[in-house]
Design a binder for this molecule. Structure first.
Ligand code: BMA
Length: 341
């Protein structure tokens, strides 16, 4: 059943912090382990999606989850033996145990030029009004940002690609800003892109995008020295938009992907008001270090309980598994502000 309540819930206070998101009492959650003082901690039963989750699918990772009806639904990146990535719908009663549609999502468009398929990966799902928008890295003469709209996760209408190639990590804000749809993205190249900053763009109609603004770049310190990219849709709070992002450094063995966070101005989100000077999650668990691409924590999906500030983040681990970690909005925001570059 379609979850129709899409308006931001009445703001709720948490130690003075207000989160503009509905209450989510069934959010998957574990308290921080005793003795750990990290801001972000892993689910003890990780990975939530292990190897071979579907016949001839080698892994599901870098995938997006949203509340839906009494449970959760999501758009998942699968990869088969040919390693071409596809998008599949998955469903879960609790956000932990998942079942997946065996067939990829059927993206429908009147224009064959739009719906012709090369590859599709790293989906984000954002509820705006009553529509769920999927944005993903869409192959169109190189990677760019594909956009589709659904209300029931059965019928998906594919819209125009948002940008020219080459671009990745297109992430929508969950409401219009200044009367326009708003999206973060990361211009890139055709390969594994040894650079990358986050930009902001706006659109009156989810088709024509412009007024591009630089938000933040790769840079100091080293954990984000190579490139950065937006993770899940930003969470609106009284302290600004809380953005989790992936931060990449280069080592003698290749890239290492960690997760960090920043705060963006609520009305002009290209203005960064605080940016954490360190990673909040670094690859260290076995499932983050052993897989198709070792050393990758890639945040993509996020659930937030507006009543408590509890946050559950779904992240791809080693381009092989889906894992889950937790944090508290008030704690993360206080830490980012106190440890800002
Ligand atoms: C990026 C994307 C992600 C992937 C990451 C690490 O360029 O392809 O999907 O998780 O590299 O391999």
């Amino acid at each position: 059943m379609l979850q129709t309540s899409s308006e931001p819930a009445a703001p709720r206070a948490l130690d003075g912090l207000v989160i503009h998101a509905p209450a989510l009492p069934n959010i998957p959650w574990q308290p921080r382990p005793a003795g750990l003082d990290d801001l972000v901690w892993r689910y003890s039963e990780n990975p939530v999606i292990g190897r071979r989750p579907l016949p001839r699918v080698t892994g599901i990772y870098n995938s997006a989850v949203v509340p839906f009806a009494d449970g959760f639904i999501g758009v998942f990146r699968t990869e088969g033996m040919d390693r071409i990535p596809h998008l599949h719908v998955g469903r879960s009663p609790d956000g932990l145990k998942w079942t997946f549609e065996p067939k990829p999502i059927d993206l429908v468009s009147d224009d064959d030029e739009i719906s012709r398929f090369e590859y599709a990966y790293d989906p984000r799902v954002t509820l705006i009004g009553e529509d769920y928008y999927v944005t993903w890295c869409n192959g169109y003469h190189g990677p760019t940002i594909g956009v589709a709209r659904t209300r029931d996760f059965v019928h998906f209408e594919q819209l125009e690609n948002a940008f020219l190639p080459y671009n990745r990590n297109g992430v929508l804000f969950p409401r219009k800003i200044g009367g326009k749809f708003a999206m973060l993205s990361r211009p890139s190249d055709t390969g594994h892109t040894p650079f990358g900053d986050i930009f902001y763009s706006e659109s009156p109609d989810m088709e024509h995008w412009g007024r591009h603004r630089h938000v933040m770049g790769k840079g100091w310190p080293w954990f984000q020295g190579t490139k950065i990219g937006a993770g899940p849709s930003p969470i609106e709070t009284s302290e600004g938009w809380l953005l989790f992002y992936h931060a990449v450094t280069q080592t003698c063995n290749g890239f290492v992907y960690s997760m960090s966070a920043a705060l963006l101005d609520r009305d002009e989100p290209w203005r960064v008001t605080a940016r954490c000077n360190q990673a909040l999650l670094c690859p260290e668990a076995p499932y983050e270090l052993t897989g198709f691409v070792p050393g990758v924590c890639f945040p993509v999906g996020c659930l937030c309980d507006g009543a408590t500030g509890r946050i559950a983040i779904y992240y791809g681990a080693a381009d092989t598994f889906s894992a889950l970690c937790f944090c508290n909005a008030a704690d993360v925001i206080a830490f980012v502000k106190a440890n800002s570059t």
